[in-house]
Design a protein around this ligand. Structure first.
Ligand SMILES: NC(=O)C1=CN([C@@H]2O[C@H](COP(=O)(O)OP(=O)(O)OC[C@H]3O[C@@H](n4cnc5c(N)ncnc54)[C@H](O)[C@@H]3O)[C@@H](O)[C@H]2O)C=CC1
Ligand SMILES: N[C@@H](CC=O)C(=O)O
Ligand code: NA
Length: 435
């Protein structure tokens, strides 16, 4: 590729887990990047909280604690936002786009809440807004959905999209380690969000599900449209019990088109679910993520790789940066936001699901029949029942066939009222099966 353009000035905002790796790759791979783009990428500045603190491998003159002035500089053509959170990230990105600067971000919380406003600013100013790193880290999933599958019709996107919770669940399962210790380790390894509540309560996965659903179904879906449950209630007992049903527990994000009484809708939901051990998602461990896409003509596609961590995420950021830089050099543009379908969002009640219900029961005749009666009364058919323990430790575990989530949750509510059910100790959905 012959070099055809003046240097492209880059501003990096934030030098944490991801920003540090982005700056390193930009510096170390400068010659290759220049050859691939057809113009040199020149780092004009790095916004940090404390500019007086030296950073290894970074010219101190590049550090600033004033991201707004850095974004406004005439010699900055592209902005990489890696500070996270809503403000000031939103304002900085908007200013950059409105000044004709392309933006690359890994900020799923922001994109899932404000994609409409930001996509419009990019469109109005004919620049790119790229966010491949925002969903499933290093795994190419945004670009395949927006570009490679642009001629197909996607019906379902589902998988494991949060590295921290997957790391926690796999470590608890494999080593029996306690929740708190594993969560701290996920933070140390650079997987967790600045506030890990976003990970463990499922907010991060819900943001990613919103982004995936928006792109896959050409509709605007925000994080607040996504039904969400986190992993904080999962205990090592649940993981042990799952094994007895040849299952494991994974935090899943599921986005699909569903047919309801009112027509076609989008269901986007995040919850910990039992997954059969033979299902491909059951073998996705640690900070790895996997996203399965089902399209009308392509059939089933599976994307797998590192979903969290500084260097893997930086790889996706650099990919976007090279694409946006090439567009600048060759006067092209990436795909625009597509929301023409505007499908409505389904409530969790309308979604057909399977339930796993574990309850502590009175050890007396007729209890199993009474429990089964509550399921039958709501047309929920039972797939398997397991009785464990005896006396004060008698437990009943029921796995159901598919029925509306409303019927399933109403059954659980009724079980909780029964005299012979001492406590419903665990309720999980079961995914990855056809029945
Ligand atoms: N760590 C990971 O594995 C992944 C992170 N992401 C996203 O990438 C973004 C960055 O994540 P991390 O690097 O892990 O976070 P981090 O918390 O390690 O880094 C953020 C950095 O930005 C700095 N910062 C915050 N506000 C600032 C401001 N106003 N001016 C200058 N600097 C400021 C902080 O001091 C910190 O050093 C977030 O949006 C996150 O959700 C996306 C995919 C994976
Ligand atoms: N905290 C996130 C980071 C990547 O998106 C995760 O654990 O997946
Ligand atoms: Na990605």
């Amino acid at each position: 590729m012959s070099e055809s353009s003046r240097p492209i000035g880059v501003a990096v905002l934030g030098m944490g887990n991801v920003g540090t790796e982005v700056v390193r790759i930009l510096t170390e791979n400068a010659a290759d990047l220049r050859a691939r783009i057809g113009a040199p990428l020149v780092l004009r500045g790095v916004a940090v909280r404390d500019a007086s603190r030296a950073r290894e491998g970074v010219d101190p003159a590049l550090l600033t604690d004033d991201p707004h002035s850095l974004v406004a500089r005439d010699d900055v053509d592209m902005v990489v936002e890696l500070i996270g959170g809503i403000e000031p990230a939103r304002a900085l990105i908007k200013t950059a786009l409105e000044s004709g600067k392309s933006v690359v971000t890994a900020n799923k919380a922001l994109i899932a809440a404000h994609s409409g406003e930001l996509a419009k600013a990019a469109e109005d100013n004919r620049v790119d807004l790229y966010f491949e790193a925002a969903v499933a880290g290093a795994i190419p999933v945004i670009r395949p959905l927006t570009q490679s599958l642009a001629g197909d019709s996607v019906n379902r996107v589902a998988g494991i999209v949060n590295g921290t919770t997957n790391y926690i669940l796999s470590e608890m399962d494999e080593t029996g380690a306690g929740y708190g210790k594993v969560l701290a380790e996920a933070g140390r390894l650079g997987y967790a969000e600045a506030d890990p509540t976003a990970d463990v309560e499922g907010y991060d996965a819900a943001s990613k599900a919103a982004i995936l659903a928006s792109i896959a179904f050409h509709s605007r879906v925000t994080a607040s449209d996504v039904y969400r449950e986190g992993i904080t209630k999962i205990t090592s007992k649940d993981l042990e019990a799952a094994k007895k049903f040849d299952c494991t527990v994974k935090l899943l994000a599921i986005c699909e088109r569903i047919q309801t009484a009112d027509g076609e809708k989008i269901s986007a939901r995040v919850y910990p679910a039992l997954v059969p051990l033979e299902h491909p998602l059951a073998t996705v461990n640690g900070a790895f993520n996997a996203v399965a896409v089902e399209a009308e003509n392509a059939g089933r596609l599976m994307f797998y790789g590192q979903g969290a961590g500084g260097a893997p995420t930086a790889s996706a950021v650099l990919g976007d940066l090279v694409m946006a830089a090439r567009n600048r050099v060759y006067h092209g543009r990436g795909p625009l936001e597509s929301t023409y379908a505007s499908l409505p969002i389904a409530s969790i009640d309308e979604v057909p699901t399977r339930y796993y219900v574990s309850m502590k029961v009175a050890d007396k005749p007729g209890v199993l029949q009474q429990v089964a009666g509550e399921f039958a009364a709501r047309d929920v058919s039972i797939a398997a029942v397991r009785q464990e323990g005896a006396g004060t430790d008698a437990r009943l575990i029921v796995v159901t066939h598919r029925a509306s989530d409303r019927a399933q949750s109403e059954t659980v509510a009724a079980l909780e009222q029964m005299d012979s059910v001492i406590k419903v100790s665990s309720v999980l959905r079961l995914e990855g099966t056809n029945d």
